[in-house]
Design a protein around this ligand. Structure first.
Ligand code: GDP
Ligand code: IMO
Ligand code: MG
Length: 427
């Protein structure tokens, strides 16, 4: 397997958790490299469902080393609850490590996220309100607090004091909002430091040694290409770099260490939160896909907007991430829809566009150019070989690969680990 990056192709929730869990069987190290607890990665093992937010989706395999990389922002309250919840279900944390360089999410980040969304009103981003954007803002402003600072009580106290004073002044004067309490945060975070301290280490050095020793490393992205701060539908994006380059930054490895990049794409498209979505279905069919695909946010429970597969997005993601393969998930959800559509291109101002527009005005005005394909009625949940899929389902997958320019490696036909078709052997 060597070093493999797994990245979302669309607006998140493509099934990265399930794919990571599936591929983790071949990996020694599994690394989350960006995002925070805005992510919700669902993994179903046997009859048990696990919802992971910060811990890598490889944790459900015994004997794998799981790393929370420096590019992740950590809400320690959420991480401690996640560790405890998993331990109660018999999952071992002995091989969990957290980068000392990962930044913290603090209560003032959550408050800031909320008041900023309120201020924006109708123009809100529709964030998860987990404090993600503000935590990354502090990181970029060089006022953030890292895990290495959390575990040094003196250092933490000083940094917290400075931040709380500054943020409170800002909350009061700019937003007329409530203040946060230094003493309350200090006491809670000192407790988190005691619990999390043993996991905190130089994870980039660990990975360097692992790669040099020929270990297999799987880097798990959160969110997706169109939520990327640089390449996504800005400003309706998250504040980190889910795209493949972010794996280098967020894990502390060089670009030449990466051997393979796999894009995870749903067989249709979904989006949570605001922002343009050219192939969105506003009709009954959109609702039908939402119900059949159980398209409700893992983190916030919000209904996901649903639409047709968009090959313009897939081609864009292939370029930005350098995709070697696609993993197409949730093909089973499309069973019973008589006519399926794939968006082949965007028409704008009388011509078909080559790239993916940066201007949201342009993207909102783009008219999808569709190809229609016949659907199928057979349930796919028991299919394990490509050749056993209905011919229409195979044709649908082939067209996705042709229009995206990327071969299909895996196909998902259900939530469970084993409901996966392996199309080609690369590992
Ligand atoms: P992630 O954020 O990319 O990990 O995706 P989520 O876990 O938020 O959302 C994907 C949802 O689809 C989860 O509930 C998964 O259990 C489910 N899922 C993943 N792959 C498949 C599949 O192939 N078929 C079906 N029916 N569900 C799937
Ligand atoms: P996973 O890893 C889907 C969306 C939010 C919002 C925007 C910004 O499960 O695929 P943020 O809280 O990050 O500032 O919100 O990004 N968003 C996601 N959408 N899946 C996710 O993660 C997401 N994480 C953030 O809905 O539109
Ligand atoms: Mg999710």
């Amino acid at each position: 397997m060597a070093t493999v990056v797994l990245v979302g192709v669309q607006w998140g929730d493509e099934g990265k958790g399930k794919a990571t869990d599936f591929l983790a069987a071949k990996a020694d190290f599994i690394v989350r490299y960006q995002g925070g607890n805005n992510a919700g990665h669902t993994v179903v093992v046997g009859d048990e469902e696990f919802r992971l937010h910060v811990i890598p989706s490889g944790i459900l395999h015994k004997d794998k080393t799981c790393i929370i990389g420096n590019g992740v922002v950590i809400d320690p309250a959420v991480l401690v609850a996640e560790i405890r919840g998993l331990e109660q279900r018999g999952v071992q944390m002995a091989r969990l490590f957290i980068s000392e360089r990962a930044h913290l999410i603090l209560p003032y980040h959550r408050l800031w996220d909320a008041v900023e969304e309120e201020r924006k009103g109708k123009g809100k981003i529709g964030t998860t309100r987990r404090g993600i954007g503000p935590a990354y803002s502090d990181k970029a402003a060089r006022t953030g607090i890292r895990m290495v600072d959390l575990v040094n009580k003196e250092v933490f106290r000083g940094l917290l004091r400075e931040n709380v004073d500054c943020k409170n002044a800002y909350f009061e004067r700019v937003y007329g909002a409530e203040r946060v309490s230094f003493a309350e945060i200090l006491s809670a975070y000192e407790e988190y430091a005691d619990i999390l301290g043993k996991y905190v280490t130089d994870t980039a050095l660990m990975l360097h040694r692992a790669i040099a020793a020929g270990k297999n490393v799987l880097l798990e992205g959160a969110q997706g290409t169109l939520l990327d701060i640089d390449h996504g539908t800005y400003p309706f994006v998250t504040s980190s770099t889910p795209t493949a380059g972010g794996a280098c930054l967020g894990a502390g490895i060089g670009p030449r260490a990466i051997d393979t990049v796999i894009g995870i794409a749903k067989a249709y498209t979904t989006r949570v939160g605001e922002g343009p979505f050219p192939t969105e279905l506003h009709d009954e069919l959109g609702k039908e896909i939402r119900d059949k695909g159980r398209e409700f946010g893992t983190t916030t429970g919000r209904p996901r907007r649903c639409g047709w597969f968009d090959a313009v997005i897939a081609r864009y993601a292939a370029r930005i991430n350098g995709l070697d393969y696609l993993c197409v998930t949730k093909l089973d959800v499309l069973t019973g829809i008589p006519r399926l559509r794939i968006c082949r291109g965007y028409r704008w101002g009388g011509e078909e566009l080559e790239g993916f527009p940066a201007s949201l005005d342009c993207l909102s005005a783009c008219e999808p150019v569709y190809e229609d394909l016949p659907g199928w009625d057979e349930a796919l949940g028991e299919v394990r070989r490509l050749e056993d899929l209905p011919v229409q389902a195979r044709r649908y997958l082939e067209r996705i690969a042709e229009l995206s320019g990327v071969p299909v490696l895996l196909v998902g036909v259900g939530t469970r680990r084993e409901q996966t078709i392996v199309c080609r052997d690369v590992f």
